[in-house]
Design a protein. Structure first.
Length: 193
């Protein structure tokens, strides 16, 4: 007669897809942000950039100094400084949210968050340097930048819904609402009865 060993470790078959996790923010196929949420977040972030950019240009048009800029000899340099100022203001605003919440304004609006592969909150350094600056610099390289931007956008159709900049930074974008809805895993008894 075969008896079960009461001191043997429990035998549980766990699929890698449905592995129980203690933290709801660990990325898995059930809580990846949808493609539409990611697109919507990006569009909101671009609208924020547009508002930041329109403010100084609108002010210059109001005081009729924009025409003098653009028609004068120093117009090119002033335009470069204007663009640098707008990008710096945008990155400064987003950096506050990246540092405190690992979210951009678009991600806050659509309830998504950037996490590392282990589920921990992505740091400002990771988001700024690896997710934003490195892909941005690659995008500026003639011809290579266009190819990179295309592949970066098309990569979202993979199962994990991640782009190339996610792969570079080793991050994932998850849906906070899906992560919260995931039921807690039942405790497994230490000894079989």
């Amino acid at each position: 007669m075969l008896e079960e060993n009461p001191y043997a470790p429990p035998k549980t078959a766990v699929s890698s897809e449905e592995a129980p996790v203690g933290d709801f923010t660990v990325p898995h196929h059930g809580n990846y942000a949808s493609r539409w949420a990611r697109l919507g977040g990006w569009l909101i972030d671009m609208a924020v950039l547009l508002v930041i950019g329109a403010t100084p240009i609108g002010g210059m048009l109001m005081f009729d100094s924009f025409d003098t800029w653009m028609l004068g000899d120093s117009g090119d340099m002033l335009l470069v400084f204007l663009v640098i100022g707008i990008v710096a203001a945008y990155l400064g605003l987003q950096s506050y949210f990246w540092r405190t919440r690992a979210q951009s304004i678009g991600k806050i609006t659509l309830r998504t968050r950037i996490v590392m592969l282990d589920g921990s909150q992505a740091t400002w350094k990771t988001i700024f340097w690896k997710r934003t600056l490195i892909p941005g610099l690659i995008s500026m390289v003639p011809k290579l930048g266009d190819l990179f931007d295309f592949i970066n956008a098309v990569a979202i159709f993979r199962r994990e819904h991640n782009c190339l900049h996610d792969d570079i930074a080793k991050t994932r974008v998850i849906s906070i609402s899906k992560a919260r809805k995931r039921p807690p895993q039942p405790e497994r008894p230490f000894f079989k009865k």
